[in-house]
Design a protein around this ligand. Structure first.
Ligand SMILES: *Cc1c(COP(=O)(O)O)cnc(C)c1O
Length: 410
C-alpha cells in the first residue's frame, strides 16, 4: 500500500482488530487486567507488549499513533491531549536546566508563549529568522541541543529554510524538530529534510472537523540518540532510535499526564481518512481567494506562499505539494477591519484553523494581543492583519462573500 489515503484507511486492519471491525473501536477503559501477575509485571517493565494504565497508552490511541507514523513515514508516535501538550512534554522530557535551543522567530503564538515560560524555568532559547539558515547557524551556542521550526508560519506564512536547516542540524549533531501542523503530512514530509522529531497538532488539518483536540510527536529514526547525554539509563533499551520516544512517553507523559482520550482519538482517526481530499480542496480555494484579494483595490499586501511575489514562493513550490490552506492580508489604511469582518456572512469569525469551514480572525487584536506591539512588529504582524483559514466550501460562495464584504471599501 503506497498511496497516502490507502495507507490511512487500511492502517487499523494491518494489526489485530476486534471482531474484524472496520474502525478501531473506542476502548473506554483506564486500566487492564491480567490473569498472570507475571505478565502484568513484564508489561510494566517493558519486556512484553501490552497496556498498563490509560495515562500512558490506550488501544484506540495506539491505533492512531500507528496511523500517524504511517502518514509521516516515521518510526513511532506518541499522542497528547493537544498540540501544545505535545510540544511542552517533548521539551520537558528531552532538555535539562542550562540547555539551549534555537527556535524560529516566526512562531504559533501559544508556542511562543510556552518558550517564554520555559525560559523562566532554566532552559535558554534564542529566536532566529528561520527563513535564513545563516541566522539559525549564528544563534547556535555550545549549549545548543535542539532547533525548532514550523513549516509555514502562521499568520504571515513565512516558509522556513527547512532543507538547509536540516543539513545544518545533521552536520552539528543537533535534534531537529519540525512542527508540520500547517502543512500536514499530506503537503510535506519532514523526514525528507532530516527532521529528528515531527510535531503535529491533530486539532488542525489531520482531525480537520474542529471537533477534537490532540497532538503528536513522531520519531523519524535518523537522529543518533546514543550520542545525546539527556537520555536516562533506564530508557536505553532496544534500538537507540527509539530511546527519545520512550523517554517522552515514559517520563514526559507519565509526569505531565497530558494524555489523549480514546474518544478524541477516534474523532481524529475518522477525520484523518479524508485529509488528502480536504487538503486538495482547501489549497485550491486558498490559491483562488489569495489571487482575488491581491487584485482588489481595498486590499493591501496578501501573504500566501502560492503567490509569485511571496518571498519564499520558489521554496514552497520545491518543498510542498501545495502551498497550504491559510493566508493573511492587510486592508488598505483607513479601511475599517471590523466593518469588513462583520459583513462576512459565509466566512466565520473564529480562532481555529484547519476546519472544514472557512474562518477569519483579526490577528493583532486576538491571538497575538497579549504579546504586545513590539513582539508583534518583530513577527511582521500589522494591526490590520486578517488571517483566513480556508475551508472546503464551494469557491464561488467564498469569493462572493469576500466581494460583498469589500464592496463598500476601497
Ligand atoms: C494550533 C497549533 C499548535 C497547538 O495545537 P493545539 O492542538 O491547539 O494545542 C501548535 N503548532 C501550530 C503550528 C499550530 O497551528
Amino acid at each position: 500500500m503506497k498511496g497516502f489515503t490507502t495507507k490511512i484507511v487500511h492502517s487499523d486492519r494491518q494489526d489485530v482488530i476486534e471482531h474484524g471491525s472496520l474502525q478501531k473501536p473506542i476502548h473506554a477503559t483506564v486500566a487492564y487486567g491480567y490473569d498472570d501477575a507475571r505478565d502484568l509485571a513484564a508489561v510494566f517493565q517493558g519486556k512484553q507488549p501490552g497496556f498498563t494504565y490509560g495515562r500512558q497508552v490506550n488501544p484506540t490511541v495506539e491505533a492512531l499513533q500507528t496511523k500517524i507514523s504511517r502518514m509521516e513515514n516515521g518510526l513511532q508516535t506518541v499522542c497528547f491531549s493537544t498540540g501544545m501538550a505535545a510540544i511542552g512534554t517533548m521539551l520537558f522530557a528531552l532538555l535539562r536546566s542550562g540547555d539551549h535551543f534555537v527556535s524560529s522567530t516566526f512562531l504559533f503564538g501559544n508556542t511562543n508563549s510556552l518558550f517564554s515560560s520555559f525560559a523562566t524555568q532554566g532552559l535558554k532559547v534564542s529566536f532566529a529568522d528561520a527563513t535564513d539558515v545563516n541566522a539559525v547557524a549564528e544563534a547556535i551556542t555550545e549549549q545548543t541541543k535542539l532547533v525548532f521550526v514550523e513549516t509555514i508560519a502562521n499568520p504571515r506564512t513565512q516558509v522556513a529554510a527547512l532543507d538547509e536547516i536540516g543539513e545544518l542540524c545533521k552536520k552539528r549533531g543537533l535534534i531537529y524538530v519540525v512542527d508540520n501542523t500547517m502543512t500536514s503530512p499530506y503537503l510535506f514530509q519532514p523526514g525528507d529534510v532530516h527532521a529528528s522529531l515531527v510535531v503535529n497538532s491533530l486539532t488542525k488539518y489531520i482531525g480537520g472537523h474542529g471537533n477534537a483536540l490532540g497532538g503528536a510527536i513522531t520519531e523519524m529514526g535518523c537522529f543518533d540518540w546514543s550520542s545525546f547525554e539527556n537520555i536516562y539509563a533506564t530508557y536505553k533499551t532496544g534500538a537507540p532510535q527509539t530511546w527519545a520516544i520512550t523517554q517522552i512517553k515514559k517520563k514526559g507523559l507519565r509526569d505531565f499526564g497530558a494524555s489523549l482520550g480514546p474518544e478524541a482519538a477516534h474523532h481524529i482517526a475518522v477525520g484523518a481518512e479524508t485529509l488528502a481530499l480536504r487538503m486538495e480542496r482547501q489549497c485550491a480555494n486558498s490559491q483562488a481567494m489569495a489571487e482575488y484579494l491581491q487584485t482588489h483595490p481595498a486590499v493591501g499586501p496578501v501573504y500566501y506562499p502560492g503567490l509569485h511575489d511571496h518571498p519564499q514562493h520558489a521554496r514552497a513550490k520545491t518543498l510542498f505539494r501545495y502551498p497550504g490552506a491559510l493566508f493573511s492580508f492587510e486592508l488598505m489604511p483607513n479601511t475599517d477591519i471590523w466593518d469588513f469582518l462583520n459583513r462576512l456572512k459565509v466566512i466565520i469569525k473564529s480562532s481555529n484553523l484547519g476546519d472544514n469551514r472557512t474562518l477569519a480572525i483579526p490577528v493583532a487584536h486576538t491571538i497575538y494581543f497579549e504579546m504586545g506591539p513590539e513582539r508583534r512588529a518583530s513577527m511582521g504582524i500589522d494591526e490590520s492583519l486578517i488571517r483566513i483559514s480556508v475551508g472546503i466550501e464551494e469557491i464561488q460562495d467564498l469569493l462572493d462573500d469576500l466581494a460583498e464584504a469589500l464592496s463598500t471599501m476601497g
